[in-house]
Design a binder for this molecule. Structure first.
Ligand SMILES: Cc1cc2nc3c(=O)[nH]c(=O)nc-3n(C[C@H](O)[C@H](O)[C@H](O)COP(=O)(O)OP(=O)(O)OC[C@H]3O[C@@H](n4cnc5c(N)ncnc54)[C@H](O)[C@@H]3O)c2cc1C
Length: 370
């Protein structure tokens, strides 16, 4: 099968490797240079679903030296001052063998590993342009050109979307009072924020807050921003220093009603975009890649690509919808700090702290999808 992929971000690049492994000839179109693709300041939470996909593709061992595993995922309700933990034991038996609830990875390392892998594969042809000269040359066109996809706009594919009245601020910090193998998801009224381990006492902070407050915080000096962070970190965690200049980006929600248009198939953030809380975004994108590869590898569909887009779209619907709703609910929970919500919130924490079955269900859904 001849396939064109538009966009060589983490979704398009992994799709190129996975589809090439499945025997397709792939032309990978990207308008940016490799350096531009690599130099993005982002940090990802990698779940077991991604680990399985990377193992299947044969790239996992190239990753492991760049990943920071965590064994504890602490969920803290800042307003109620309550906490519970997801532990390795909450995962299913196969995942427990890896002794990690998940891993944290910096974009740069992930992108370099994937680009290096691509350069060794013969049936991937990298084309440094955004224009496909003749679409008739391809059986399928995989669209992975991101959340502002021009291709999707041109094809007028409808989607449900809205902007959160929030922005996300990220910074690398040195912390005291935290173990290097624990991650935090802190639900406070400003919006949820995550503390992710990057090795030793280095952590990535990803905090969401109102646009007005976020813009104000971005205008602060490093030392004033550090003072601000120390007020929102849970008791017992102290911030020593901020290592880089904080970055910010807007947060939006996108959900395509259909994940295809004709022979164009939407993968990754072209098809769906969710709030960064919960660290599900990239994992969801990579499950798209796995689904498409599985469908294309079916003997019945190998020489009959007509039904591939529709089957792919159906196969991804439940997982993407469930994770999108789950993530959005987490954001709304975090911000529901009115007095009347304190009882249901306390109840949620009470049940989750005591019910191993419920904890197992949630962590397994978050790590392996639906
Ligand atoms: C500013 C920002 C910060 C983020 N930070 C985090 C974070 O901290 N943690 C996290 O988990 N997630 C983060 N995300 C989300 C995460 O980056 C995505 O989930 C992930 O990158 C997968 O995206 P993708 O490959 O589908 O799209 P993208 O990464 O957007 O890749 C799309 C690619 O398509 C290329 N392209 C676009 N149009 C064309 C065209 N016409 N022709 C050819 N190529 C084209 C682009 O140059 C780009 O390389 C962030 C996203 C943004 C925008």
């Amino acid at each position: 099968m001849n396939i064109a992929i538009i966009g060589s971000g983490l979704t398009g690049s992994l799709a190129a490797i996975s589809l090439a492994n499945a025997g397709c000839r792939v032309d990978l179109y990207e308008r940016l240079s490799d350096d531009e693709l690599i130099n993005r300041d982002r940090t990802y939470a990698i779940t077991h679903s991604s680990r399985k996909i990377l193992e299947k593709i044969g790239i996992w061992k190239n990753f492991t030296s760049h990943l920071v595993p965590f064994q504890y995922l602490n969920i803290i309700d800042y307003e109620l001052n309550k906490k519970f933990q997801f532990l390795v034991n909450d995962l299913n038996i196969t995942d427990q063998k890896y002794s990690a609830v998940g891993w944290i990875a910096e974009h740069k390392n992930v992108m370099i590993s994937i680009l290096n892998f691509i350069s060794d594969i013969e049936n991937i042809n990298k084309i440094p342009t955004s224009v496909i000269p003749n679409t008739n040359n391809y059986d399928l066109i995989v669209v992975a050109d991101g959340s502002n996809s021009i291709t999707k706009k041109k094809l007028k594919t409808p989607s449900f979307s809205f902007n959160y009245d929030q922005m996300c601020i990220t910074a690398k910090v040195l912390l005291r009072g935290v173990k290097s193998n624990e991650a935090f998801e802190i639900l406070n009224s400003e919006g949820p924020f995550a503390v992710l381990p990057l090795g030793k006492d280095l952590f990535q902070i990803i905090c969401s807050q109102s646009i007005a407050k976020g813009n104000y915080n971005m205008s602060l000096s490093k030392s004033s921003f550090l003072d601000y962070l120390s007020t929102i970190l849970p008791h017992g965690i102290e911030i020593d220093t901020i290592l880089d200049k904080p970055n910010s980006f807007p947060i939006s929600f996108v959900f395509n009603y259909l994940f295809f248009s004709g022979k164009y198939i939407y993968l990754g953030e072209t098809a769906h975009k969710i709030h960064p809380v919960g660290g599900q975004g990239l994992n969801l994108c990579w499950r798209d890649v796995d689904s498409l590869t599985n469908i294309i590898s079916l003997p019945l569909l190998r020489n009959n690509n007509y039904f591939v887009p529709l089957i792919y779209s159906i196969s991804r619907f439940i997982d993407v919808l469930s994770i999108s709703i789950f993530t959005d609910s987490l954001v709304r929970y975090s911000r529901s700090n009115f007095y009347i919500f304190s009882l249901p919130r306390s109840l949620v924490f009470f049940v989750l702290k005591r019910s191993a079955i419920l904890r197992k269900f949630i962590i397994n859904a978050m790590t392996n999808g639906f």
